[in-house]
Design a protein around this ligand. Sequence first.
Ligand code: PMV
Length: 326
Amino acid sequence: MAKTARAHTNIALIKYWGKRDQDLILPYTDSLSLTLDEFYTTTTVQFDDQLTEDRIVIDHQDMPLANMGKVVTVLDRVRELAGITTPAHVISENHVPMAAGLASSASAMAALAGAASRAAGLDLSLTDLSRLARRGSGSASRSIFGGLVQWRRGNDDVTSYAEPILEQVDFGLEMLAIMINQDQKKVSSRGGMQLSVDTSPYFAMWPNVVEQDLTAMQQAIAEQDVATIGQIAEANAMRMHALTLSANPPFSYFEPATMTAIQAIQNLREQGLTCYYTMDAGPNVKVIYDRAHRDEIIAGLAPIFGQDQLVVAQPGPGITWLEEDL
Ligand code: PMV
């Protein structure tokens, strides 16, 4: 039977950057994220005896299987758990404001884990779903849950999974995405983090940095202190990006407009607004801010980027299953 699941993307406040085990996707460190309501993936999976191989349709396009390694990895793991060899028909739709993803692999792999496991007749716990989604994409382990979520790095496949630390985030924490460039990135997160692990002389420090940032972040969350949350997230993101700049060969996900956004946010902050920035493996900037300042922040950014490049997102929910298939 076909099953359909929906999962939302997440943006890390404390970044995951580096794997200890590339096959199982075990990270060097914990990470912590906010799930967002505005960006999500809906996926229907049916295991079908009539097929001779997996068929994967994303945003109405049949995808060449050769490019679908992460999807097939998750499907293979589901087949292994369910004891079947049947090919799967996967239909997936990404709901992002513009073509090409903003952290779409997180929502995609989480929705796939939810739909494929149920389609295969498995009834996995959320913890086991998080472990399954992790096999597709590390950050996807966190998209099983809503709100603020921590991925425990664990020691092995069984102990590396995410758990919610605050599902209802109602103290004014919000994010705004500044859409700078939606083209496919030149250096994948997977390739970029491995190059950092292998060649950055600073990588040895990264696990300690994350541990300190995490402790401070947990404290700030407990105090519902948006300014401190933003401050720590911004510093942690820049420390992550320092691992790309210090790799050999050096690389960066920043584009000129990324720097323009950073400066604009710094200027708004000097004017007394609570706003900070974070970036992932791409040029788009996410603003972390206090909802009370939203209108003024948008008013400050709109002359530079245009309203249509600014997308407000609220804290979002964890995985859900839908009655209607795609
Ligand atoms: O899960 P991946 O392979 O898409 O890597 C995610 C890496 C970052 O987005 C930069 C950080 C994170 O923790 O999400």
